[in-house]
Design a protein around this ligand. Structure first.
Ligand code: SF4
Length: 449
């Protein structure tokens, strides 16, 4: 929990010397609590007070970066248990595990498949985030060969799953890409910590015998100087994953328990009996509370819903995804083509746009600024009424775009028809279907080109 102004004030010298630019220490403390000025602006802090305030200002869950280029994975730094309390900031990285026992050509093919997988949803391009490469053979030279095979296939962020003996030689080459090293165990933690420090890489700490033991292990490694830590508490099935990851999150956020204030890595494939179960478990972990999810099985049909779910969960509920208001062309519409109107909530826009594109009727789509609300919500909030629609028609010169002056209204706001015709003299308002999926049938029945 962040410190209040009064708690910060207790650590200040209380001399009101004004050198920080504020008339009193209390005024300064209030601004520090609001995070508008750094506490270091006071030159008279004792070393103890400074250390205490800086420690309290650290986020309860450490931000960890895996990878070094623009495709890097950033996880952690979350501040709430539930998305509706504020928002979730850093979506879990979803990576696919490959093993160095797989033939080189097959490894290349799979790495390429993962790197090139991309789908579009609500105007955004979604894809997988990285590869986990496991030294399943136990042979260090096999790991090096496998790494060479996947290297260059999209240069995705890496999780390297191997002991220190196999990691040391490959890190000479790949350390600048900041792979996540998996994992420090109770047997090898000193060697793994040394590698993490030497090569400036994040380090996963695996301890399946309970959270107390995991916290103890993390403290030992932190004392060595490793800061970027990812936790593997060993929870694999549905129930233990939900319970353990929730406990870790609660301890970090509610108790400010630093040893567990790190993102968590999960392996849903190890807790599932088939591909569908793995996808379900991964979906649970997207919501609660994974930082990195390592999939064992990749298929586009299961990756897409997982990525869509992640997008939904990690969209700020107070800032819906929006499209720009305006008149959009779908297909190659002419002056006589249909003109529909809708709101600027992305999901609404892309639903109706997709249906119009596949309807066989090239169309115009007028999008009103409803601050990202869907049709009924915007109507109920007074942001999608006759006056707003008429204003948008005029603002974007829809009357000069089409020759017919007919406007198709979403069926869910049929009640606006009369009022809208009054606002737009000379226009005919048609009431379309309530659901976007029925617009094609509606046009076939009612629109004469
Ligand atoms: Fe107080 Fe420090 Fe500001 Fe002086 S500089 S008024 S001691 S907070």
């Amino acid at each position: 929990m962040p410190l209040t102004g009064i708690e910060i004030y207790k650590h200040l010298p209380k001399t009101n010397c004004k050198e920080c630019g504020f008339p009193t220490c209390l005024a300064f403390a209030m601004k520090v609590a609001q995070k508008t000025v750094p506490v270091t602006n006071c030159p008279y802090l004792s070393p103890e007070a400074r250390a205490a305030l800086e420690a309290a200002a650290r986020p309860p869950i450490h931000l960890v970066t895996i990878g070094a280029d623009k495709r890097k994975i950033e996880v952690g730094n979350e501040v709430v248990m539930f998305r509706h309390e504020k928002t979730f900031y850093h979506p879990p990285g979803i990576v696919v595990r490959l093993k160095d026992t797989t033939p080189v050509e097959e490894l290349k093919r799979r790495a390429q498949e993962v790197a090139s997988y991309q789908v579009e949803r609500v105007g955004m391009k979604l894809g997988l985030d990285g590869l986990a490469l496991e030294n399943a053979s136990g042979d260090p030279s096999a790991l090096a060969r496998a790494l060479e095979a996947v290297d260059g296939q999209g240069d995705l962020p890496l999780v390297l799953m191997a002991g220190p003996g196999a990691l040391a030689p490959v890190l000479e080459k790949v350390a600048p890409r900041r792979p996540l090293l998996y994992a420090a165990t109770r047997d090898n933690w000193e060697a793994m910590a040394e590698l993490a420090l030497k090569y400036k890489c994040p380090l996963a700490v695996a301890e399946p015998s309970g959270l107390e033991a995991l916290a103890g292990q993390v403290e030992k490694i932190s004392q060595k100087g490793v800061e970027d830590i990812v936790l593997d508490p060993g929870a694999r099935d549905f129930a233990s994953s939900l319970v353990t990851l929730t406990q870790i999150r609660r301890l970090a956020l509610k108790k400010n328990f630093r040893p567990l204030g790190h993102p968590v890595i999960t392996f849903p494939g190890e807790g599932a009996k088939d591909q569908e179960e793995e996808a379900l478990l991964a979906a649970q972990q997207v919501a609660k509370y994974a930082g990195v999810i390592v999939l064992d099985r990749f298929s586009p049909s299961l990756a897409y819903p997982l990525l869509a779910l992640r997008l939904n969960i990690y969209t700020d509920p107070q800032k819906p995804i929006q499209v720009q208001p305006g008149v959009y062309q779908l297909g190659a519409p002419k002056e006589a083509s249909p003109l529909c109107v809708t709101t600027n909530f992305s999901l609404t826009y892309f639903s109706i746009a997709g249906e119009l594109e596949s309807s066989g009727f090239p169309s115009w789509l007028l999008v009103c600024d409803t601050e990202g609300l869907s049709v009924l919500t915007a109507w109920a909030a007074g942001k999608f009424d006759a006056a707003k629609i008429a204003k948008t028609v005029k603002e974007f010169k829809a009357g000069e775009t089409v020759s017919h002056h007919s406007l198709i209204l979403p069926g869910k706001v049929a009640v606006l028809k009369g009022e809208l015709e009054e606002e737009l003299p000379g226009w005919q308002v048609l009431v379309g279907p309530p659901e976007a999926m029925d617009i094609g049938g509606f046009l076939k029945q009612h629109w004469k080109n």
